[in-house]
Design a protein. Sequence first.
Length: 365
Amino acid sequence: MAEANEEEKASPAETVEEGTSRREFLAYTGAAIAAGTLTSCSGEAKLNRELPTELTAKQLARRRSGRSQVSIIKCESYEHDLWPILKNALKDAKLPDFKNAHVVLKPNMVEYREGSPVTTNPAVLKAAIELVKHLGAGQITVAEGPGHMRDTEYLLEVTGLGKVIKEAGVPYVDLNLDDIEAVDNSDGLNELNPFYLPKTIVRADAVVSVPKLKTHHWVGMTCSMKNLFGTVPGRKYGWPKNMLHIKGIPHSIIDLQHLVKPKLAVVDAIVAMEGDGPINGTAKPFGYLVVGEDLAAVDATCARMIKLEPNDLPYIKMAGKVVGNIESKDIDLLGPAIADIAQVFALPITMRDKSLLKQAAEQGS
């Protein structure tokens, strides 16, 4: 498939729109540090530390082999039943066999802002549940561990996700409060070994990431891989999963791909978020669902759809080495050409001025 022209791509340093000012961002992060929702001082070096340039043979061996396939599905509104659209578009797609499996679907329910696309839309979760049933799942659970708001019952109600879950007749598990189990992370990048995950995730046969496509002030973009932060128990690692921030957000994103072992992603990009995401950004009508087995390929595709170069986003670049495919030549696209649909998204201020990350951390020293 053809790619967007190089001159049309937004670079991380490009000012697309003013958004949050430097003063506003520093004031926000300074207050967050003081409140303990962000970690500073000794944590700052970890927050901004580089990913390793040398990897072990074991780490490299975990990368999936072969080509990857990603489906881009035109879908302009949540008003329709999305399942028939999804089913028809995926009839020739390569998808996992979930026959008799216990499948856990993990939407994004990080926080709530009225009228803002912070969370996965209920219509997309409903369609994802139907897809998993179609693929043969014997048991389905929806599970999430919100990273900001701790009142999960409130989030389920106001987002409409609780209604969809109830109507589907499937259970919901709060991963922040679930029993936890230790898993081996000796080959991980974030130095947390053993790593603790909710038993619902550890004992699942398959996990499906159902994220909202958004810009993100720490890592540039959040999609199917970053969405797995919500599988991490808040009662163990804090809010908003502070320990993972201290140990390196990109490092933790990569480790979770190997610890959670997601089998599929269904991305809600019908109305995405641009600007100062993942919570304080603005709605960006986009009109697509993105589906694939290889989450690295899915995220790389979504990055190109918003005119970002995947290799400019450190966690996606690393994912290309130890998770899956991120280069266009290794990804078979079903659907429209990226060059025909890609749009520039307004970027977070931290992507336009990366010195802000260091300054924000120094405020707490």
